[in-house]
Design a protein around this ligand. Structure first.
Ligand code: TNX
Length: 511
């Protein structure tokens, strides 16, 4: 010990500034102390034993460190003589940790202490730590490479409990690996939810064992005429588990009563007389399909569908869609949403629906997702529902950046990277009380994209801005400060091989 003590004192760190590390999302409070923690082969990770989940967080951090630095850092097993510096991930019931995802980081010369109440909080905290590790080691401080982490204190907690993105795997199908790669990026930027739009007119993407034609017939198409695809229940469970390891909840959506052509094509009894006759649809039209709201058989079908999906979805939510049911008569629409709401409840899930569902008499425990109508959102919040803010004009990742964008639509306008960032979800609907906002979501509809590279082109870099809008206090946010931190995400994006749109609004920090 004496020998390594001497070694520690010898390290002559350059002056550091914790506050100038380009963290996204920006933490609530950062207090620099000017010194540093040297991450090197003499570092070990230890975790609290009060919650077995904490060891997993330690393992996750260790594997992040391995991929960023090549260092092999032991978790809860280092022998004392090897333990020169320590990262301790501590389960704490401190009253200062307000929400489940809050965390505190104390970075000193010979230790890093991460305090969190829950494993989810610890997971958010290790993302910050991951971002604090520099790309390059300093090889001159000791006889081995050392990654210099600025010392100081970070106190952090999310603004919203629900921070989400959505992937439309229906208009074009995306593979399990493509979805996992997206989940990795969501985790790095502290999102906690991924909403999967699993069905639409052009395709049905989740195996339902009691109704096999949904995928056999309904899964075999997509926009533009490709082969489509679907997730088996095993594959879906694999996605759910992968997300859960990253403390991300999967929200499954079966869009109905509209957007149901692929289901009605598979089982014609579902079809509503006022809707267009089902056929394979590979176009981008919306609002022409509907389930029949008056048939009991439709609800027994939906009982099976919701039941099967609910049973493999550990998260609390089931999204029923409910948007753009233009051919469904208003009375039928209302009847349908109310009945399906009861089915969702029966399967012990909390219903989410696009803002149109506010027209029905929905349970106040249901959540309404604002995409188009502030009026619907206000009505729902007056009835006690919480609101997810995802206005097309601000958060739709499928809107083009500008008139020369290669992919995307523009029905809600262009969303350049600064426009996507410079607004406040807490005041977007003036009359909506902050307490009634559950969170924010950035949906990525996939009519114009058909592979991971194209998906990433639309999502990045805008998704990173929504991470910050969902996490950081609005009063701290400023485009000029953010755009410099965004510019510094290049090494991460490159290391993950994420394709991003290199907007000229940002002075990208390329090597
Ligand atoms: C509107 S947003 C839709 C989707 C489309 C999207 C394209 C919403 C609830 N419905 O069906 O894919 O626009 O931007």
């Amino acid at each position: 010990m004496a020998a390594c003590q001497t070694k520690k004192e010898e390290i002559n760190f350059p002056k550091t500034d914790l506050a100038s590390v380009p963290l996204i999302p920006k933490p609530i409070k950062t207090i620099p102390t000017g010194s540093a923690f040297g991450l090197d082969a003499g570092t070990a990770i230890y975790t609290s034993t009060t919650d077995p989940e904490f060891e997993k967080i330690g393992d996750f951090l260790s594997s992040n460190i391995k991929s960023k630095t090549g260092l092999d850092i032991a978790v809860n097993t280092a022998s004392e003589d090897k333990l020169e510096r320590l990262i301790y991930i501590n389960q704490s019931d401190s009253v200062d940790l307000e929400s489940p995802e809050s965390y505190q980081l104390y970075i000193k010369k010979d230790s890093i202490l991460l305090n969190a109440k829950t494993a989810a909080g610890a997971f958010r905290g290790i993302q910050t730590l991951h971002q604090l590790i520099p790309e390059k080691s300093n090889d001159t401080l000791t006889d081995r490479p050392m990654w210099v982490i600025p010392s100081g204190k970070i106190i952090d907690a999310p603004k919203f409990a629900y921070r989400s993105s959505m992937l439309d795997v229906a208009r074009h199908f995306f593979t399990v690996d493509e979805v996992k790669k997206y989940i990795d990026a969501l985790a790095y930027y502290k999102f906690n939810t991924l909403h999967l739009h699993l069905s639409d007119d052009q395709g049905w993407r989740i195996e339902i064992k009691s109704w096999p034609k949904l995928t056999e017939v309904g899964g075999a198409s997509e926009v533009g005429g490709g082969q489509g695809g679907f997730y088996t229940q095993e594959e879906y469970k694999d996605i759910v588990a992968y997300a859960a390891d990253r403390h991300i909840t999967i929200v499954p959506e079966i869009d109905m009563p509209g957007h149901t052509n692929s289901a009605s094509l598979s089982y014609p009894f579902l079809h509503y007389a006022g809707a267009e006759t089902p056929r394979v649809r590979t176009d981008m039209k919306v609002g022409y399909s509907s389930f029949d709201a008056k048939k009991d058989t439709v609800y027994s079908f939906l009982d099976d569908v919701i039941g099967e999906i609910a049973s493999i979805t550990p998260g609390p939510y089931f999204h029923i869609g409910g948007d753009e049911s233009h051919v469904t008569k208003k009375n039928d629409y209302i009847l349908f949403v109310e009945k399906v709401g009861k089915l969702v409840q029966k399967h012990n899930k909390r219903m989410i629906g696009w803002d149109e569902i506010a027209q029905a008499d929905i349970d106040p425990n249901s959540v309404v997702q604002l995409w188009n109508s502030a009026e619907n959102a206000l009505k729902a919040s007056e009835n006690g529902s919480k609101i997810i803010i995802s206005p097309a004009k601000k958060t739709y990742l499928d809107m083009k950046y500008d008139s020369i964008s290669e992919y995307g639509l523009n029905w809600a306008g262009y969303i350049p990277v600064d426009v996507g960032y410079k607004w406040d979800p807490e005041t977007y609907v003036e009359e909506l009380a902050k307490d009634n906002i559950l969170g924010i979501e950035a949906p990525l509809w996939s009519e114009t994209i058909s592979n991971g590279t194209e998906l990433e082109y639309l999502a990045f870099p805008r998704l990173i801005g929504y991470a910050e809008l969902g996490w950081s206090p609005s009063e701290h946010l400023d485009w000029d400060d953010y755009k410099n931190r965004l510019a510094a995400q290049v090494p991460y994006l490159e290391s993950m091989q994420i394709n991003y749109y290199p907007t000229k609004l940002v002075d990208w920090k390329k090597e």
